[in-house]
Design a protein. Sequence first.
Length: 263
Amino acid sequence: EVEVGGITKLIGPSKTLLHAEEQERDCAFVTADYEGNIVITCSEGGLNVTAEGCFPRRCQPWQFITVRLGDYSVATSPLDIIASGDHEMRLCRNLNPLFRGKYIMFCNFGELSVETGDCVTQWDPMNDPPWAKRARHVAVGLSDGAVLMLGGLGSAGPLRQVWQWNPIPGSVEGTWKETLKIPPWSGRFGLAAVRQMKSEGEQVTIMGGNDNQNRRDTWRWLRDPAQVSLILEESEPTGTQSRDCVVTDGLRMTCYAKTGVSG
């Protein structure tokens, strides 16, 4: 008799063994939940059996499980061998490109299971903005996560407005605020805009547009360098702009990104 994983069964050699000869038998002969080898040894006509080489069955990269996320059903496999009782973290977008976050792939005695509770959609409805309906406006992302929205075509014609969305730290939400100063350029739609980092600070340049006629002018919006906080976790700060960055508590690096931060 031999016990593997709490299950006891009779097992013997598959051939005649000589004295002191050994034979290995698959642990799955006792229970399919385990892999490895049982060692049977012949000693003066008697058998000694040990199951020390048996261990819970692992999940292999060639195995797969079908997972449904949103409208997608996808067959997914481990990236590496997963020990029984262990898990592997995977990106939700590998199951459905419309989702973000991470899902967990578990292994239990060679059987795969998946937990997708932390997967959320890439697109989420946000609070209604305070600005009026418009079309053919332009928006530019800023270095600190803010968004600058310029111009557009409203119900009464071209708009002479600049709105800025500022993210709320630790949240996916933010707040909209119209710039207090009316821009010097005429209200327009269909304009082009680009963000650039200059020695003087962060610059947004707008070009052309239509204010009931096509325009051939350029305007720039300039602000001081933005303070950007980067969570390092277990990383170490390196890069091309270390002179502009300060590390606090070994966990957070604050950079005054005058010319951009790389690293």
